[in-house]
Design a protein around this ligand. Sequence first.
Ligand SMILES: Nc1ncnc2c1ncn2[C@@H]1O[C@H](COP(=O)(O)OP(=O)(O)OP(=O)(O)O)[C@@H](O)[C@H]1O
Length: 287
Amino acid sequence: MLEIKSLKKNFVSKNKQGKNIEKTAVKDLNLTIDEGEIFGLLGPNGAGKTTTIRMLTMLTKPTAGEILYKGKDIFSDELNVKKYIGVVPQHINFDQDLTVWENMELHGRLHHIPKSERHARIEELLNYVELQDRVNDKVKSLSGGMKRRLLIVRALMHNPKILFLDEPTVALDPQVRRRIWDLIRRLPKDGVTVVLTTHYIEEAENLCNRVAILNKGSLIKLDTPKALCEQIGKYVVEWDSEESREYKFFNSRKECADFAGTLDVATTIRHSNLEDVFVELTGRTVS
Ligand SMILES: Nc1ncnc2c1ncn2[C@@H]1O[C@H](COP(=O)(O)OP(=O)(O)OP(=O)(O)O)[C@@H](O)[C@H]1O
């Protein structure tokens, strides 16, 4: 559905001496996003996730490379492609003095949705995220979780085929985060392909069919969360040494238990997770 070929983005900024410095935010990215999947871009701050999403949503032009939507370069068909994509930004960007309805209405008008259709769609979407009772309230009176839900359905107003979400649950407490996850999980069932960025390992693990791990602008691994864990070993033995926490990966609990038996310290045996994959691949923690 979406093909990303040799995508690159450089930024030029000035150093303290006023000299231009070129920095590569995304290096030679190649990947394909399939219809109906929830695809995650996972990486620490500065990995290039937002820059990638900004290119995929045509907010910034790549320095090099191509992005094809159904085989066509998106920048050659910008107006048309905009009909098919919805964007949920990282930062809440409503007019907070307008009501829930007014914000949805404004977005519908920007997308030239006819009035009769627009009103039915707003009602449907507010019901979808259980905000129908807050329709006449100013956005500033909503909780953080409600604002996030509203941000998502606002981006769905024009019936996009792909929804891009940049850090959809950043700064939300765990309960609210789970509610947003439930909402995102429903989207493919309603015909929406989802591409999201996150630096929460748990989010990628819980939501994504496939995960691309980015670090310092490069794609370092791409697979299902399960396959990524299996690549380092399905199980891990964890223990504390004098200097640090130590990990050793195995493919079976039996191998873990055999190894743990050779140590004379307390150990934990557990399933490996994406956090382990990330640390193994980059030597860094994600957050
Ligand atoms: N407009 C810009 N001008 C100069 N450098 C930029 C610009 N936007 C991003 N960068 C740099 O590009 C790199 C990638 O940034 P990006 O925001 O894409 O990362 P990220 O993975 O989304 O991180 P975060 O979670 O912090 O947003 C960073 O080093 C950042 O400082």
